[in-house]
Design a protein around this ligand. Sequence first.
Ligand code: F6P
Length: 372
Amino acid sequence: MSDQHTAPFRIAISTGGGDAPGLNAVIRAAVLSALHRGWECYGIRDGFAGILAPKEYPQGGVVPLTRDTVRGITSSGGTIIGTTNRGNPLRYPTAAPDGRIYERDRTDELVNGLAAFGIDALISVGGDGSMEIAAALARKGVRVIGVPKTIDNDLDGTVATFGFDTAVAFATECLDRLHSTAQAHRRVMVVEVMGRYAGWIALYAGIAGTANAILIPEIPYDLERVAAKIRRRDAEGRLYSIVVVAEGARPVGGQASVIEHEAGRAERLGGIGEKVAQGLRELTGRETRLVVLGHLLRGGSPSTGDRLLALRFGAAAVRAIEEGQSGIMVALDPPSVKYVPLEEATSRMKVVPVDCDTMLTARDLGICFGDA
Ligand code: F6P
């Protein structure tokens, strides 16, 4: 590391956006890897709020991370330094004198805040929003490495993000449990899962959990097709059905179901499960129930795969800093972890290719996507 430093080299870690199982494992790996090199480590509270809103942190918005603070956290969900999906520094919501909320760029303040704390390099752990912020900071001269996280698996440039495997495993377990009650009551169970504008969680859990229909954002659905599938099953004596709906799914010619869109944050999706359940009730006359898995998919202990991926990403981020890299994101490229430019990860969303082998498998298994 730079021999011009008399003080120890100092890194900061930030976790931003919706939490995902594995964040704490990244923090532990990054902190231990940094301490092994004789560096100091700090955690920025709640994304970048610890620097941009210091009054909210009387105990300190930037806190030391030591061997003790990261002990035993590999298996825990959430993040020990907090996260937020509000207050994006690129589009920070601010009240005008007339009460109107407008968005302003506060990245210069963030750059100055990092310098004021003597931070030599930053590890920004998050989804597309955090990678976009990291790219902006890199352009302003901050030495920054991105670490991709999201249960949605929608970040490009990496084969996988940690959190996804845990979310899929939990959703699959829920589907397994719903089969028996659906069968016992001869009901249609509609299960809404997160995933934003990508159908990865719905597709993977739906196939593994033996759903009869899966509705994903990539394929606008015609509910009559799903109803026809249910009627066919009824005619064959299989008097129950499981329908998995991604929160970003939309009908042919229709829009995704949005709950709200606040300044400075991504729009909140939700409500499509209720529409699908109601529609299927009317079209089939069958008793229908809705289960929204929502934030349960983000909670709990990371799977073994997510722990390993998160630990590998955290350690790789520190190695990248040591190599003098900046403006890049660590990425999974099995069997290795590689580095890709941050722009590569943010230039487009990774959605399900409708002709990928997983989709072909699902269709060969007879799963309906509401399109044919
Ligand atoms: O991006 C992760 C995610 O869990 C999405 O799947 C979901 O749309 C969103 O976060 C929900 O975020 P919030 O924490 O605002 O409810």
